[in-house]
Write a new protein. Sequence first.
Length: 260
Amino acid sequence: MLLPGCVTNGQRIDRLAAANLLTREVFEGTRFEHVIYANPVALYGPVRKRLYVYIDGDGRPWGERGRVPAADPTTGNPLALKMMLETDAPSVYISRPCYQDLANLRCSSVLWTSARYSEVVVDSMAAAVSKWAQKHRYEELVFIGYSGGGALAVLMGERLVTTAAVVTLAGNLDIDEWTRYHDYLPLSESLNPARSFIVHPWLEIHFLGANDTVVPPQTTEAYFMHFPYAKQRTLSGFNHTCCWVPSWAGMLSDVQVQLP
């Protein structure tokens, strides 16, 4: 039980969402529940064709100096949600399995450590988003993933025929190279976007931070060799957290111009 006055990261995100008039719903995926926040224009806008889907980073998978899995991996700094708040496009933000205070008996720490990008995670998130989009009659989805959410954006996009574009920011696109670079434990139960053999017929733009030491641009090189038609843009002055939020509205406008 929480001590009096103790607030979880999930509750902090709920408060941020509520303060910005986002609607909170819990949708069932294939095996897990997911929090989906929607902005007013996604629910009440006059035109409902293209929905923008935001996916956040990995949060805090590990505690105790990286030796013990965290009890709650929910991020304390939801940059993808903050980016969504910078725009007026019809948008939703989806949580991962067992994040956002939705832990249950099906949850295991492998879901936010070695299996954080696994088939079961990707399928459940894709199913929940698809259900929400169908309920609200959206025809196309644009996936926008930050950091580890970039890997999920690619993998979710591959699973839905309604995908119109995939955009990543500081995205972890080659998880094998990323773990080698940092000398981390391999994400042995996860899917690696750089090793996918699924064709990507949609618009694909990946923004990289030139000063990013968390997901350095050199760790993504194999992805672009594998998918040579994917566009990459390395931004001077950007690192892993700066300066995505204040720059996002302009960046999204550039993306929208390229959408059919």
